[in-house]
Design a protein around this ligand. Structure first.
Ligand code: ATP
Length: 293
């Protein structure tokens, strides 16, 4: 009937808009985690839920983006404080998804993701952000001064601290050469930062936010090799002393991790050190052999 048709015509775009809105919210939350920006959902979470320790753990996690289609099936992974865990596996296996759950950006459908025994999804977002951050290669520079961009990560920080954070990521050289220094307007309309500089600003924000655990999504670099090497060095410094879950898209960044978790089809199929997994002769060993040929 015309009525039904009309309803469908209305509902379809509405569905689209709602899905889009969801994505936007997720992106906003992700962004907030990354930079330590303002509360997205004030009052969300229970003030009484506090972590007791720094262990991050996924326990029999099920998760899907759409009803009925699970992307993660019964995934368990324990991340000990101070260790480096690498997630490897084929494209679409669910590595980035698991990373987002470990950073508290999505809540599991079943099972739990905990920090120090407390469920991330029950904790105030604000609190989660102080402990765990997601790092990827999307560089977010906001309209405002360089100072404004840094203060997002720690309101009230003094200029000394901001310069120290810039120095920690090797960005003080170019930043000092700016005529207006920290007052330089960046973002659209202001000084156009190079992708590498924008990344450094994001890293400096991480230094200021100082979370003990980082989920690092090493998406293939958009930078030229020289800039990429330079940035990798800065990133290495930022990672020092922190717990790292690295979503490794290249094997060479995974092989010296304390624990390598192989994701296949929404499950963790192998878990162990490089030597253990090579000796076990499974999927990781095959990947490693083919990579070395
Ligand atoms: P890659 O190495 O290619 O990044 P991955 O192992 O990180 O892959 P995910 O990105 O976690 O895998 O994707 C797992 C599955 O979830 C894929 O089928 C993917 O299409 C789907 N997926 C990922 N992100 C979304 C999203 N935002 N909405 C809907 N489906 C998604």
């Amino acid at each position: 009937t015309t009525g039904a048709l009309l309803a469908q015509m209305l509902v379809e775009p509405l569905g689209l808009i709602l899905r889009w809105y969801d994505e936007l919210q997720v992106a906003q939350v992700a962004l907030a985690r990354l930079v330590g920006v303002q509360e997205i959902e004030p009052g969300a979470g229970d003030e009484k839920v506090r972590p007791d320790g720094r262990d991050v753990a996924a326990d029999r996690v099920r998760f899907g983006y759409t009803a009925g289609a699970d992307v993660l099936h019964e995934v368990s992974l324990a991340v000990r404080p101070g260790t480096r865990v690498a997630l490897v596996g084929p494209s679409g296996a669910g590595k980035s998804t698991l990373g987002r759950l470990l950073a508290g950006i999505y809540a599991p459908r079943e099972g739990s993701v905990t920090l120090g025994g407390a469920e991330l999804s029950r904790m105030p977002t604000e609190r989660v952000r102080r402990h765990v951050a997601l790092v990827n290669q999307e560089h977010h520079v906001f309209v405002g001064s360089l100072r404004d961009n840094l203060l997002l990560a720690r309101t009230g920080a003094g200029d000394e601290e901001l310069w120290a954070a810039l120095a920690a990521v090797d960005a003080d050289g170019w930043a000092r050469s700016l005529a207006e220094g920290l007052d330089t307007e960046v973002g659209s309309g202001g000084l156009a930062l190079t992708p590498a500089q924008a990344q450094q600003v994001a890293l400096a924000r991480l230094v200021l936010a100082d979370p003990h655990t980082l989920v690092l999504d090493e998406a293939t670099s958009l930078l030229d090799p020289r800039a990429a090497r330079h940035l990798e060095r800065s990133l290495g410094k930022v990672l020092q002393g922190r717990t790292v879950v690295a979503i490794a898209h290249r094997l060479h960044t995974a092989h010296d991790a304390d624990v390598i978790a192989v994701a296949e089809d929404g499950r963790i199929s192998e878990l162990g050190s490089h030597d253990e997994l090579v000796a076990a002769g499974g999927a990781y060993a095959a990947l490693w052999r083919s990579w070395h040929r």
